[in-house]
Design a binder for this molecule. Structure first.
Ligand code: FE2
Length: 248
């Protein structure tokens, strides 16, 4: 298997800030999903902020996160009006609950790109990315819903970061992601492409994880496809930091 997620966190703490040039990525809230006793779930989506030439918020959490989100921005000296772009990775309520805070932002939610009430033609539905600038692009990564997008940021200390929404629930999600997938076959393709191209993945309901690459990257025509045998992701790679702590 060539690509493996790394499910441990250095120094027993979760990394939430990934400085970069020109963009830094910070995870404002680590999403979670916890089953209740009665078949319900408590869930919230991961919220991430990209700061650089543009200020880009990726997912807004649920409506209950309003004050939290405003405080996070304020802590960074930002007013909601300073956010240039808001990307909703998909249209679920725990990811796009606070769009209303950003009426002036350029908005991408799933495959919709709008500014105010003006909807722009864009290539996402044709399977092509929207480039925000040379360092940040919005990629179609469908499967969880029909119109998921992920945000790719190049040039961070962690390499290429993919803010992936619910393309990945969390690092070791092999037992769970299909249960909440509209189209697992399509999502599996999106996931493999993500694992092939990203160094760090920020999932929708868990902390960031690194992708471990072994050996040379296969190019087109190298024979064989990507990437990993079935079950390769099933076994999380635990390192000296031990299991996750301190989140949720
Ligand atoms: Fe979600």
């Amino acid at each position: 298997s060539m690509f493996l997620p790394l499910c441990f966190y250095l120094y027993s703490s979760i990394e939430l800030l990934f400085p970069g040039e020109p963009y830094s990525v910070s995870v404002l809230k680590v999403g979670y999903c916890r089953p209740g006793a009665d078949g319900s779930f408590r869930a919230d989506g991961t919220v991430s902020l990209l700061t650089g030439p543009q200020t880009i918020l990726v997912d807004t959490g649920g409506p209950w996160d309003r004050d939290f989100l405003l405080a996070c921005l304020r802590d960074r000296g930002l007013d909601p009006a300073d956010v240039d772009w808001v990307v909703g990775t998909h249209g679920h309520s725990d990811h796009i609950g606070n769009l209303n805070l950003f009426p002036g932002a350029r908005l991408i939610v799933g495959y919709d790109w709008s500014e105010g009430d003006t909807y722009r033609q864009n290539p996402l539905a044709r399977g092509l990315p929207v480039s925000i600038d040379p360092h940040v692009s919005v990629l179609p990564t469908p499967g969880h819903t029909g119109q998921d997008v992920s945000v790719r940021v190049d040039g961070t200390v962690a390499g290429t970061v993919l803010v992936a929404g619910d393309l990945f629930e969390c690092c070791s999600d092999e037992d769970s992601w299909r249960d909440v997938s509209l189209n697992p076959a399509v999502q599996e393709v999106s996931r493999q492409e993500a694992l092939r191209t990203a160094d760090l993945i920020i999932p929708g309901h868990g902390p960031p994880f690194r992708v471990l690459r072994r050996g040379p990257v296969q190019g087109p025509g190298a024979g064989g496809g990507p990437v990993q045998e079935p079950g390769a992701r099933g076994g999380p790679v635990w390192g000296p930091g031990g299991p996750v702590q301190g989140w949720g």
